[in-house]
Design a protein around this ligand. Structure first.
Ligand SMILES: NC(=O)c1ccc[n+]([C@@H]2O[C@H](COP(=O)([O-])OP(=O)(O)OC[C@H]3O[C@@H](n4cnc5c(N)ncnc54)[C@H](O)[C@@H]3O)[C@@H](O)[C@H]2O)c1
Ligand SMILES: C[N+](C)(C)CC=O
Length: 494
């Protein structure tokens, strides 16, 4: 098997450490690729290449329109190779092929969206208080960006960083999760084909505590954009203080899904499942925390359990499969102990709560879709992100109580409200402390709408115009059209 390489300064190269890592299919634990394993020295070399391309290359000074053309070309190449990319994503993550295809469509849209934004003006005239002067704000790239991504939506999360950074004129070093690098490697091939100049985009592979940590602390990096877990986010924020680099953190969530008694019952049950069980619950914004009105609690749970029982687990490449495996053995163990802790704290397993027994799933990291009832906010299973196919259910009896429960979390990424009373929905939304709130829906995201968290779900925004501004510096330029001496300090002959 060929060993896949890093991409530094326009060349595909092995790590100087000469180590490699086996990439595993989580459905059957079979090896699907070997990739070179970068180390701190590779990270430094990649930063040096990005620095040189930023400081001495043309990219940052090229017209935004020209950069937009290249970003558009990347979108078109992703569309051309959609099936290959979706297949790689399913092989590497275990998610269903249909979900991977949706991801690839979303990813192409993100590159198109930022290519469109490249056509918008990059400066703005502002009022000047001084006669005979021009005052304007110009938007410039931040510089060298480190971009660190997680394993759950490998290429989608990469695209949210790559497209705006490129349109804005930055150079970058990306480090994907060490366990899911394959689609990111392929997109670097496509960026090379699209004509991104040498040194502008650099790719290092390998572990976070070495390569990621080096990128976060390196003083030639001007911005670090990170998507991943809360504890890693805290470390990155600390490391970034080395040179006060800009930081954007997209972290986890334990997202409330409030269901009022007057909601459209069947739709709410159906969407409560979608909110969690896509990609086996390994979604930052999964609606894993159901908060349901007491009067419908029992009927809601009964209906949910009847539906959850029928979810078909299997190989993401089989059309009949509705839910794939978890990403790794370590992650499966984490989900097992998460549920065990919940049960010890008083939660009741309404369905699931264990690994499946069927022979054909034995080689994969499967966990049954699980619903835990009798949950209260103080339980670890309600407070912590499990990142698996696990729903916790709490009850409320008043609107105020629903809001208090929903906000009782260290996280603030997303949430949902189900009701047919629109005024009530708006009152709830106004009080919910989350970066995204859905009314009568869940887990909708698209390129035009900013994405990011409140509280410990992080800061900074991806997508939308704000997603571009994260990668821009604002420079105020004041031009005096009629300069005159002021003589405050007198004149030479006084
Ligand atoms: N808010 C969002 O938009 C969003 C989207 C996707 C995933 N997530 C979150 O990501 C987490 C799951 O992803 P994960 O398990 O890959 O997260 P993780 O924090 O373990 O790893 C994320 C990335 O950080 C790297 N890393 C690890 N230690 C590092 C260090 N010390 N310095 C620098 N980099 C380091 C990893 O190698 C990986 O590339 C969940 O918490 C999920 O909610 C958030
Ligand atoms: C941001 N999102 C929803 C695409 C993936 C979160 O894990």
């Amino acid at each position: 098997m060929d060993i896949k390489k890093q991409f530094i300064d326009g060349k595909w190269v092995y790590s100087n450490a000469k180590n490699s890592r086996e990439i595993i299919n989580p459905f059957n634990q079979k090896s699907i690729a070997q990739v070179t394993e970068s180390n701190e020295t590779d990270a430094k070399t990649a930063v040096a290449a990005a620095r040189k391309a930023f400081d001495y290359g043309d990219w940052a000074y090229m017209s935004s329109l020209e950069r937009g053309k290249i970003v558009r070309k990347i979108a078109e190449l992703i569309e051309r190779d959609k099936e290959e990319l979706a297949t790689l994503e399913t092989l590497n993550t275990g998610k269903t092929l249909e979900e991977s295809r949706w991801d690839m469509d979303d990813i192409a849209c993100v590159f198109h969206y930022y290519a469109d934004l490249a056509q918008q003006k990059c400066e703005e005239i502002i009022d000047s208080q001084v006669p005979n002067s021009v005052s304007k704000v110009v938007y410039e790239p931040v510089g060298v960006c480190a971009q660190i991504t997680p394993w759950n939506y490998p290429l989608l999360q990469a695209s949210w960083k790559l497209a705006p950074a490129l349109v804005a004129g930055n150079t970058l070093v990306m480090k994907p999760s060490e366990i899911t690098p394959l689609t990111t490697i392929k997109v670097f091939e496509l960026m090379e084909e699209a004509g991104v100049p040498k040194g502008v985009v650099n790719l290092v592979l390998g572990p976070g505590h070495t390569v990621g940590a080096e990128l976060s602390v390196h003083t030639d990096v001007d911005l670090v954009s990170f998507t991943g877990g809360l504890e890693t986010g805290k470390k990155i924020m600390q490391a970034a203080s080395s040179n006060v680099k800009k930081v954007a953190l997209e972290l986890g969530g334990k997202n409330p899904n409030i269901i009022f008694a007057d909601a459209d019952f069947n739709t709410a049950v159906d969407q409560a499942m979608n909110a969690v069980f896509f990609h086996a619950g390994q979604i930052c914004s999964a609606g894993t925390r159901i908060i349901v009105e007491e009067s419908i609690h029992d009927t809601f749970i009964d209906a949910l359990v009847r539906r959850v029982k029928n979810i078909r687990l299997g190989n993401g490449f089989e059309e009949s499969t509705e839910m794939g495996p978890l990403i790794s053995k370590e992650h499966l163990q984490k989900v097992i102990s998460y549920v065990k802790d919940g049960i010890e704290e008083g939660a009741t397993v309404a369905i699931g709560g264990r690994q499946p027994e069927s022979e054909e799933l034995k080689a994969g990291f499967f966990y049954l879709p699980t619903v835990l009832t009798d949950c209260t906010t103080n339980m670890s299973v309600v407070q912590n992100e499990g990142f698996g196919p696990v729903i916790t259910v709490e009850k409320f009896s008043t609107e105020e109580e629903a809001i208090i429960l929903a906000n009782d979390s260290p996280y603030g990424l997303s949430g949902g409200v189900w009701t047919q009373d629109l005024a009530k929905a708006e009152r709830c939304v106004a009080k919910m402390r989350m970066g995204t709130v859905w009314i009568n829906d869940f887990n909708i995201y698209f390129p035009q709408a900013p994405w990011g968290g409140f509280k410990q779900s992080g800061f900074g925004r991806e997508l939308g115009k704000t997603g571009l501004q994260e990668y821009q510096e604002q420079k105020h330029v004041f031009h005096n059209l009629q300069p005159e001496a002021m003589n405050w300090f007198g004149t030479e002959d006084r």
